[in-house]
Design a protein around this ligand. Sequence first.
Ligand SMILES: [Zn+2]
Length: 167
Amino acid sequence: MPTVVHATRRGWVYAPFTCEHCGHADHGAVYMQASAGAQAGLVQDLDDSRDLALGTAHGNMEQAGDELIALAPCPGCGLRDELAVRAFVARAKPWLAGGGVLVSVGLAGAGYLASKDALFMGLVVTGPLLLIGVVALVVGLAKRLRSLPGGVVFRSVDPRPWAGLHQ
Ligand SMILES: [Zn+2]
């Protein structure tokens, strides 16, 4: 019987940072937490699966941390890397666009039926469409709100994350 082993990694992720606007070169660090699961098969024991899950969680953590550091405003001039920000915002766009279309179509349908004195019928017919559209909009907005996160520390501003680093 397959068992899924979950593992969580927490720790600082470090990445070099160079500002494309003012050329400020720095090191960024961000405290991250990531989880992953791995399926424990018949031939693997639980420890192997846990190692695998930890490895995946560590990879996820590094990737998300690198992304956050690339998105952080430069400690020198306060500007963000436009390419990184655009790539991040672009990920929310399909949700916003899809949700917008569904809500518009749903409202148009409800409006049309309402004009025929069939508002209730209209809502019954277009309700699911509206609901899916609103959910997609909310997901898109959540992705966008999350889109410019803080929490990144720069070595030139606060060297504490590097203090305990023995590498
Ligand atoms: Zn800068």
